[in-house]
Design a protein around this ligand. Structure first.
Ligand SMILES: Nc1ncnc2c1ncn2[C@@H]1O[C@H](COP(=O)(O)OP(=O)(O)O)[C@@H](O)[C@H]1O
Ligand SMILES: [Mg+2]
Length: 254
């Protein structure tokens, strides 16, 4: 049975894709596990971060979810990282909720199409879109371990509590008892009083779940713009050390 870890937050720009790609690469490169990264966002940033071209066509997660004739292996692409495969996503994912609206099983389509992945991979990682709708519900029902990256800004605390509640509600409504929030990762962290206070509050509200904050580090941003993981682009950077610590924590959080 593969581990299934999802990065979710209804806000964009909080580090979901950065974490999903680099944590996936951590398991693949440093732990030699077979990893499948599944992108669900219309922006296709997971592919871009891995230097995989999605613009010029090819099947995506949308085809897998909406066309019963398409099988997982047909949408899975190899990446430059050994042991890491990608199911890419692209603009057509915006149509998924409308497309699936009349399907009574619409919330469980992702879980179903990924059934064959269980024996092919050791870890499945999900990069969720920045919204809470049918796509994210599908992610929650296909995953078991939920990681929430939270920007250390004023309004983020409220949002985080709501997301934790949503995960619990979806788990109950669908009888998905293995679903749980395992980690909360303070991101976009600066050494300001407000940023530090928010990390402290998160630790009070969610004891034991809050990781080291992911501070801003230019190598992390650069790696993404070069279509590389932090381990390929700048393995000795502070960003690599930070991401390694976070990945190891997620590894232990089972
Ligand atoms: N720790 C960090 N230091 C510097 N830049 C970062 C860091 N984390 C994320 N970024 C940058 O912030 C932007 C948004 O991050 P991303 O992971 O794409 O967020 P999301 O997937 O939540 O929208 C990206 O350009 C990324 O490179
Ligand atoms: Mg993203």
């Amino acid at each position: 049975m593969a581990r299934r870890i999802a990065f979710i937050n209804e806000k964009g720009g909080v580090g979901k894709t950065t974490l999903a790609v680099n944590v996936a690469a951590f398991f693949a490169q440093k732990r030699r596990q077979r990893v499948l990264l599944v992108d669900l966002d219309t922006q296709g940033h997971a592919a871009k971060t891995l230097g995989v071209d999605v613009r010029s066509g090819g099947l995506t997660v949308f085809d897998l979810l909406t066309n019963p004739a398409i099988e997982l292996s047909q949408v899975t692409r190899a990446t430059a990282v050994e042991n890491l495969w990608l199911v890419p996503s692209w603009k057509e994912m915006a149509e998924f909720p409308t497309h699936a609206a009349s399907n009574p099983d619409r919330a469980k389509l992702l879980a179903r199409v990924l059934e064959p992945a269980d024996e092919r991979y050791d870890v499945i990682i999900f990069d969720a879109p920045p919204s809470f709708g049918l796509v994210t519900t599908n992610v929650l029902l296909a995953a078991e371990e939920i990681v929430i990256p939270v920007a250390t800004t004023y309004l983020a605390l409220d949002g985080c509590a709501e997301m934790v509640a949503t995960v619990e509600r979806v788990a109950q409504e669908h009888g998905h008892s293995k679903l749980r929030v395992t980690q909360i990762i303070p991101t976009l962290h600066r050494k300001t009083q407000m940023s530090e206070e928010i990390v402290e509050k998160l630790k009070q509200y969610f004891p034991k779940k809050v990781s080291e904050p992911m501070g801003l580090n230019v190598a992390i941003d650069e790696a993404q713009s070069h279509g590389k993981t932090i381990w390929e682009h700048a393995p000795w950077s502070r960003g690599a050390t930070l991401l390694q610590q976070i990945a190891e924590r997620i590894e232990r959080a089972r």
